[in-house]
Structures are given as C-alpha cells and as structure tokens.
Ligand binder design. Structure first.
Ligand SMILES: *[C@@H]1O[C@H](CO)[C@@H](O)[C@H](O)[C@H]1NC(C)=O
Ligand SMILES: *[C@@H]1O[C@H](CO)[C@@H](O)[C@H](O)[C@H]1NC(C)=O
Ligand SMILES: *[C@@H]1O[C@H](CO)[C@@H](O)[C@H](O)[C@H]1NC(C)=O
Length: 510
C-alpha cells in the first residue's frame, strides 16, 4: 500500500444542521394481515418490464410498445425538501407541485393560506367545478408534522405522466403543523403507499389505485431521484423521474434486483445484514428490521434503529481517517466543514445493505458511497464546504430514505409484491458512480426470518393502552367506592388488610 491520501484538515464544526433534516412518514391506523413470505421462484434479476400479474396491464401487451419517455425528468426537488411532481387539479385546472411520498397513502393539497406555501395555491374548495366534498374530516400525522383537512374528490391530469384525466380522492388541508416548511416548493403530497395506511380508513382509495383502475396501467411505478453529490437544499432543484405503469430502460444500468414486500402497508422489506467498509456489523438481523424496514421517498435520511445507528457510527469512526469528530456531527446538530479545495469523501467508508432476494436462500446488496451520506450544505462560508451526516437514528423503523434512494432506480412492483433496485445513471459525482449493486450472496449464515413475526403495530399498541387505561379506571373506581363507604366498613376493610392471612381468612368465614 502506498502513502495514505493526505487527510484534508477538518476545519470546524458548525451547529445548525438539525433544521435541514426532515423526516416523515405516517402512522397507520390499520394494518393489513401479515403477508406470506416471498416465493423464491425463478431468477431475481429481470430486465423486462413486469408482467401483467393482475390482469390490468393492457398497455403492456407484447407489441404494444409503451414509451415512458414522457415521464422522464418529471420531478424536481432535492433530498432536503423532497421531490415533487407537477399536477393539474380541478376544473379549470390549477397547477400545483405535489411531493412524492412512498411512506404514506393520502393525496392532499393545501386548502387554506399558509406562509410556507407559495402564491400559486388557490382554494380548491371554492374554485373547482368538478370538486365534490365528502364532508369527512381527516388528519394525517407523519414522523414530523401533521395536517387536518377535509376529504373530497376531483379530477387531475399529470402533464408529464399518464395521458388522460382521472377522478381521485383528495384531501384539502385546512390546518397543519410542521408540515409545510420554509423553502419548500410543493403544495401538496402524493402518498404512494398501500391503502392500509390511508386515513381516515383504508376504504379511501389511494391515488395510485385509482390511476391503475382508471388508466388501466400495470400496478407498478418506479422512482429515480437525482440529487447525488448536490447540495441538500440549494437554490435550484435537481431532477428525477416518477414512471407510472412500468419501468423506463434509460433510467437504470445493469440488472434490477428484487426483494419481496413483506407486508403491504408501507413498502416493508427485509434487511439481512449491514456492512461498513466491507466489515459486517454482526448484529442479530432482527435489529435491522426493528420494528420494520421500509423504503420511503418522503424521508430525507437513512434512518437506523438506535442500536444499528450506534454500531454504524462506531464503524465509520474506526474506519474513517478522522478521529476528531464531535458527537454533534453524528447526531445531526453540527456540520463538518473543509476547505473548498478538498473533498472529505475519500476519508469515509462505503455502506452496504443486504436485502433478501426473491429466492429466499439468496441476498443481494445495495451499496452507497460516502458521496451519498456525507452531504454538502450550501452557503455557509466563502472558502468552506460544509457537510452533514445523512444518517440518523430512529426509534420506530429502519427507513431507506432519499439518502439511499438517490443512488438507485427503485421499482415499486405492487403487482408482484416486490421492490426492485438498479444502479441509477444519475447517481454519479465527478463522473464516477456513487452506488453499487452486487449479488447473489448466500443466506445460509442468516436466520430464515429477520422480521419479527408478531410486530407490535400501532393498532395493537392502542389496544394494549386502552386495556391498561380500563384497568386503571377500574382500580380508581374501586378506590373511590372504598373512600365513600361508611367509616365502619372502611374500618373493617383496614382491619382485613393489616391483619395477617389467617385472620383475614377467619374474618371472611365468620
Ligand atoms: C410459490 O408459488 C408457487 C407457484 O406459483 C405455489 O405453488 C407455491 O405454493 C408458492 N409458495 C409459497 C410459499 O407461497
Ligand atoms: C435459490 O437459490 C439457491 C442458492 O443459490 C439455488 O440452489 C436454488 O436453485 C434457487 N431456487 C430457485 C427456485 O431458483
Ligand atoms: C400522451 O400523448 C402524447 C400525444 O398524443 C404522446 O406523444 C405521448 O407519448 C403520450 N404519453 C403517454 C405516456 O402515453
């Protein structure tokens, strides 16, 4: 080995990164029944668009060449503030930008003035002749932020999407908290996850389900987010593509690797192993799926369960050539800055996530280079380039968010209940790829199931908390009744309690 690259001097750590880290996904009210594990049939690698598994794939009949080129580059945005799609909503059409979120299932737009929503917003409720209110209130809570609005239906068209006009459920947001944030360029949210997460109930058909049944497209969409190496939230925007109904060949290189969707609510997948700089973290694989591992375009960072996060940070610290980082960098409260002439990426290791293949005795790994998780932040100093850590800890899930997704073309193959990953051509920094996919690997050394069979989903927790509350209520009631009893009775009761067991028994049998 030759000389080590001269370590760029870490110049300073700045506070204030926390405000730039947005993360959100909704909490389910209802959970669909646990799904059967992936069926290991055939090759996991596919280059052809998915077959018409649910009989809706009229447009992809052999010979009826569908072009998805109209949908290439239909997104704008960045990892910090999300990627959005332009839509025309209502009659006459109102042009709104809609955040693409695979971690929730409601379609909602701003329906009342908000200081963080730009001027192009109009009150849909009073302006659109095709709007129909359903008069039902709906509230959606995300990891960060929430909104309350009213349910209705209206028509939409997607200029750079599927041709045609479709009638969909739409919530108009009347009140919100930490949902619209300063600097965002979108006015609504498109939840692309399953109806199990839809609020107020799963009977609210999701946008994509409506699109699939009305446009008769295959039940597949795919997402490419092109922010690799770009500032987390610069003045401009980066591009991206949301392909509805299939897979666009120009958006990926090499093979697509598929992992089964464990349960259809979030896009829940099974993670088998993590490696930092080629070194296995060696945690029990259930730690990686505590209490679920999901693919969520609406979450900015790669979020890891606390135990996994600690192990990853420890591994990065021991692998990287920099030992002087204060903990603030890892927790997201500080930025690390270097002289503009130096880039710190060579100091950090690669990070690999192993996913269960469709053939369950195999796995494949998606790898991100530091260019994806040591993320530039613009506009701090003149001669400095500052970076934040693109990974954070989480108490409720492992979330494959934009930090990772920006390396890949991700296929949400709902028809075949699987999520595919392929290397994205736009995941390059300075002409070099910043993501990799390799496989297959054996899973002989890994438990046959890394997802806890009885995950305590939110509804279950509610049931338990209601049960505990009832119990407390009953105890309280008993105490109150005892207090209200005439003194004689109270006295006797006290006697009972303080007497020893035999006297108690005697008392009772008297
Ligand atoms: C896998 O698929 C085959 C054929 O589609 C079916 O016969 C078999 O029961 C499936 N196995 C599981 C575990 O779902
Ligand atoms: C699954 O993978 C194993 C190990 O690579 C292989 O032996 C087996 O034939 C594969 N099964 C199928 C159905 O492809
Ligand atoms: C939509 O229609 C236009 C014009 O007819 C056509 O060029 C385009 O390919 C169509 N897009 C899709 C996705 O079918």
């Amino acid at each position: 080995m030759g000389t080590l690259p001269a370590a760029p001097r870490l110049l300073l750590l700045l506070a204030g990164a926390a405000g730039l880290c947005r993360a959100r996904f909704s909490f389910p009210l209802r959970v669909s029944p646990p799904a059967a594990p992936g069926n290991g049939s055939g090759s996991s690698r596919q280059q052809a668009p998915p077959s018409e598994a649910d009989g809706l794939a009229l447009a992809s009949e052999p010979g009826a060449a569908v072009s998805f080129l109209a949908m290439v580059e239909n997104l704008q945005g960045d990892s910090g503030r999300g990627y959005y799609l332009e839509m025309l909503i209502g009659t006459p059409p109102q042009k709104l930008n809609i955040l693409v979120d695979t971690g929730s299932s409601n379609f909602a737009v701003a329906g009342a003035p908000n200081p963080d929503v730009t001027s192009i917003f109009f009150a849909l409720l009073y302006r659109s002749s095709t709007y129909k209110s359903q008069g039902t209130d709906v509230t959606v809570r995300y990891t960060q932020g929430s909104w309350t609005g009213v349910l209705g239906t209206d028509v939409i068209t997607i200029p750079k999407g599927i041709n045609g006009t479709y009638t969909i459920n739409i919530a108009t947001i009347l009140e919100s908290e930490n949902f619209f944030l300063p600097g965002i360029k979108w006015h609504g949210i498109l939840g692309l996850a399953y109806d199990a997460l839809a609020k107020p109930s799963s009977s609210v058909e999701t946008f994509f389900d409506s699109l699939v049944s009305q446009a008769k497209i295959p039940n597949v969409f795919s997402l490419q987010m092109c922010g690799a190496g770009m500032p987390v939230s610069g003045s401009g925007t980066n591009g991206g593509s949301l392909v509805m109904g299939g897979i666009e060949p120009s958006l990926y290189k090499g093979d697509i690797w598929y992992t089964p969707i464990k349960e259809e609510w979030y896009y829940q997948v099974e993670i088998l192993k993590l490696e930092v700089g080629g070194q296995n973290l060696n945690l029990d694989c259930r730690e990686y799926n505590a209490d679920k591992a999901i693919v969520d375009s609406g979450t900015t960072l790669l979020r890891l369960p606390q135990k996994v996060f600690n192990a990853v940070v420890e591994a990065i610290v021991s692998t990287s050539l920099i030992q002087t980082f204060s903990s603030g960098f890892w927790t997201g409260s500080q930025l690390a800055c270097w002289d503009k002439t130096e880039t710190p990426w060579s100091l950090f290791p690669k990070l690999s996530i192993y996913l269960r293949d469709e053939n369950s005795s195999r796995s494949f790994r998606i790898t991100i280079l530091p260019q994806l998780y040591i993320q530039p932040i613009l506009g701090i100093g003149q001669n400095l380039e500052c970076y934040r850590f693109g990974i954070s800890s989480s108490s409720s899930a492992l979330v494959i968010g934009a930090t990772v997704m920006e390396g890949f073309y991700v296929i949400f193959d709902r028809a075949q209940k699987r999520v595919g990953f392929a290397v994205s051509p736009c995941a390059e920094v300075g002409g070099s790829p910043v993501s990799e996919i390799e496989g297959p690997f054996t899973t002989a050394d890994i438990a046959s199931n890394c997802v806890a069979t009885m995950t305590l989903h939110e509804p279950m927790l509610w049931i338990i908390s209601y049960a505990l509350m009832s119990l407390c209520g009953i105890i309280l009631l008993v105490l109150i009744i005892l207090l209200l009893l005439p003194p004689r009775c109270q006295h006797r009761f006290t006697d009972d309690v303080i007497s020893d067991e035999s006297s108690l028994v005697r008392h009772r049998w008297k």
